[in-house]
Ligand binder design. Structure first.
Ligand code: AQP
Length: 332
């Protein structure tokens, strides 16, 4: 079975619809056909200032949502990144293979550091994509399901794998991004050309998986729509309606063409109501299962310990090879 790996940051008290459609839902599908490794990337989360208590809480909430969304702990290896020390060790080796200019080209750093000013941003935020490369390469992943925002980081990962293989001998599998065009960028409901994002969307622009039906419905009904009243897919002139069409289609399995035909002449209100119902129907069972999982932290931590054990086995095997190829002396 080919191997798949992906990660998600515990940077908020809930995942959002973009995370769900761009990543999580595919993770669940891929566990059927792949040897699947999924991690809550807490080391990535501290690249921006984070309180310890919030990180602890969010890491458990994140893990619970992964299981609640359908990841089966028997079939998928679900773990917390900091439980497997090899991630930071390989990241160091890869740091030493990455050019300053190469790292400086990463657009996510430019976007995220703009908030603090580049000189106040942490070095960790700067080297974030290199740690991400380590996450992927440690597991010799063939495929990495992500949203479009991660394309550039995946290219860097491939470049680093190739560079290492060329310099030290064949060691790493070259991973390919697995990006579903239709859901690669779910946008902010209030700013429909910007990505829906945990850290930069306003509360009104983001649909959280763990949110109650009332606020979810209200937000969809108040989503920015465009002038006119026709439900048509037109990315350039109607980004708001196009985003809602994409969401409806992804959640209900109805094609966009079919939706456009069905809502012909009906106006935005009726259409938005259906979108809201599709969101509520999808999120409600996930929220309920998440709450249940969080009510037993011992059991949740036990599942994560099992995942960490399985992940460690693979990661340690890769690092034994890496240490030897780089020229580090074996211990004892
Ligand atoms: N709007 C989106 N549409 C499609 N996919 C998305 N993803 C994120 N936003 C969208 C995908 O979700 C996965 C996990 O994301 P992450 O937690 O690693 O962080 P991110 O990509 O930086 O997403 P956010 O919401 O903007 O988080 P913060 O604010 O913490 O940085 C990834 O596969 C991502 O592509």
């Amino acid at each position: 079975r080919p191997r798949v790996l992906s990660g998600i940051q515990p940077t908020a008290d809930s995942f959002h619809l973009g995370n769900y459609l761009g990543a999580l839902r595919q993770w669940v599908t891929l566990q059927e056909t792949h040897d699947a490794f999924y991690c809550v990337v807490d080391l990535h989360a501290i690249t921006v200032p984070t309180e310890a208590a919030a990180l602890r809480r969010r890491t458990r909430v994140a893990a619970a949502q992964l299981f609640a969304a359908g990841l089966d702990p028997e079939r998928s290896t679900v773990f917390v990144q900091s439980h497997v020390r090899e991630h930071t060790e390989l990241a160091w080796v890869l740091n030493c293979l990455t050019g300053m200019g190469e790292a400086a080209r990463m657009t996510q750093f430019k976007d995220k550091s703009a908030k603090f000013g580049e000189s106040a941003a942490s070095v960790g935020l700067f080297t974030y994509p290199i740690l991400q490369a380590a996450d992927i390469l440690l597991y010799q992943a063939n495929s990495v399901p992500v949203g479009a925002d991660q394309k550039q980081h995946l290219e860097l990962t491939r470049d680093l794998a190739q560079r290492f293989n060329h310099r030290y001998g064949d060691t790493f599998t070259l991973p390919a991004p697995h990006i579903l065009k239709e859901v690669e960028k779910i946008t902010d409901l209030q700013e429909p050309t910007a990505k829906m994002s945990k850290s930069s969307s306003s509360p009104a622009g983001i649909l959280d998986v763990l949110e109650q039906p009332g606020p979810l419905r209200k937000k969809v009904m108040r989503a920015v729509t465009d002038t006119g009243s026709e439900v048509v897919f037109d990315e350039a002139n109607k980004p708001g309606i196009s985003n809602l069409l994409r969401i409806h289609s992804a959640l209900t399995g109805t094609s966009i063409a079919e939706l456009v035909a069905r809502f012909d002449g009906q106006g935005y209100g009726t259409f938005k109501k259906e979108v809201a119902e599709a969101v509520v129907e999808t999120f409600t069972p996930i929220r309920e299962r998440t709450e249940k999982l969080l009510s037993d932290e011992t059991e949740l931590d036990r599942l994560l310990a099992i995942g960490a054990g399985r992940a460690r086995d693979v990661a340690q095997r890769t690092m034994v090879q890496v240490r030897d190829r780089v020229g580090f002396l074996p211990t004892s």
